[in-house]
Design a protein around this ligand. Structure first.
Ligand SMILES: Nc1ncnc2c1ncn2[C@@H]1O[C@H](COP(=O)(O)OP(=O)(O)OP(=O)(O)O)[C@@H](O)[C@H]1O
Length: 263
């Protein structure tokens, strides 16, 4: 098995199919069907498509989230060289190497933790004997980078605006300097200044140490700002792809998708 140190690409998705069980677990639906793509180190790829196309399901599986009900039923994907279908003991490494900002992450921050505790949690959940001073400095640097006030560390999520919560969730996803960031609805609730800070933070990591980014969602300006390549999903299938959001290679029947990203 290719180890993450010598993985030639960030993601290699080969004929990947994913099912999702219904809430009662009585039926399963194929939400991703035979998806192929590659994401190089240091590059960004945006997955667009109409609601229910399977974008979030794809992101959750590639991030190794173990979301209940989701299962890989065909093909496979290697993320930093680790197979997401049966990662075995490498699952812990996978979640260490991948920062995940799930859909609505800002709205689902743990209510009983302070901002500092939330952002530190990827470290403290792995190792409780950490250098508290170094951790506090790291949290302060992330807050500053994302244009959040340093005094926010002692606050609780309910005391923050929606845009602040979203950036706290992103800071948590960036805490371990991930090799890959999977970000679902990255720019949710962000104003112009906050968007610029987020784009800058991601670009710095791409250029600095080759972080790759998988963006999930239809935010055309954000996709353009990050210079992301584009993949369009419809009913779990890839229907179009392109080198950027303004240069998408279309299938003849993809008029609705063209309208989607032109909107
Ligand atoms: N928590 C859930 N429980 C049951 N079914 C779900 C759940 N989340 C999504 N689904 C179903 O899985 C399919 C794929 O949904 P998914 O969220 O991956 O699509 P999406 O393209 O991200 O949509 P959106 O843009 O609306 O977030 C849809 O048919 C949806 O109804």
């Amino acid at each position: 098995m290719a180890r993450h140190r010598d993985a030639d690409v960030a993601i290699r998705c080969s004929d990947l199919s994913i099912t999702r069980a219904s809430a009662r677990g009585t039926a399963t639906e194929r939400v991703v069907d035979g998806v192929d793509f590659t994401l190089a180190h240091g590059r960004s790829l945006a997955v667009l498509g109409p609601t229910g196309a399977g974008k979030s399901s794809l992101g959750a599986v590639l991030a190794g989230t173990d979301e209940p009900g989701l299962a890989v039923v065909g093909g496979d994907a290697r993320v930093q060289g680790i197979p997401v279908r049966r990662p075995g003991r490498a699952h812990r490494t996978l979640t260490y190497l991948v920062g995940y900002l799930g859909q609505g992450a800002g709205t689902r921050l743990p209510a009983r933790l302070t901002v500092e505790e939330v952002i530190s949690s990827p470290v403290t959940s792995r190792d409780r004997r950490v250098n508290k001073r170094a951790l506090a400095l790291r949290v302060a640097a992330l807050l500053d980078e994302l244009k959040l006030p340093l005094g926010m560390t002692v606050k609780y999520p309910y005391e923050l605006s929606a845009g602040m919560r979203q950036r706290v969730a992103l800071a948590r996803a960036l805490m371990l300097d991930p090799k890959l960031l999977v970000a679902d609805d990255l720019f949710a609730n962000l104003d112009v200044q906050a968007r610029a800070a987020v784009v800058e933070a991601i670009r710095r990591r791409c250029d600095g140490y080759g972080m790759s980014t998988l963006l999930i969602g239809n935010d055309r300006d954000g996709i353009r700002a990050l210079g992301a390549e584009v993949l369009i999903l419809r009913s779990g299938h890839v229907v179009a792809c392109g080198a950027n959001v303004d240069d998408v290679l279309w299938t003849p029947s993809a008029g609705a998708d063209r309208r989607l990203i032109a909107s």
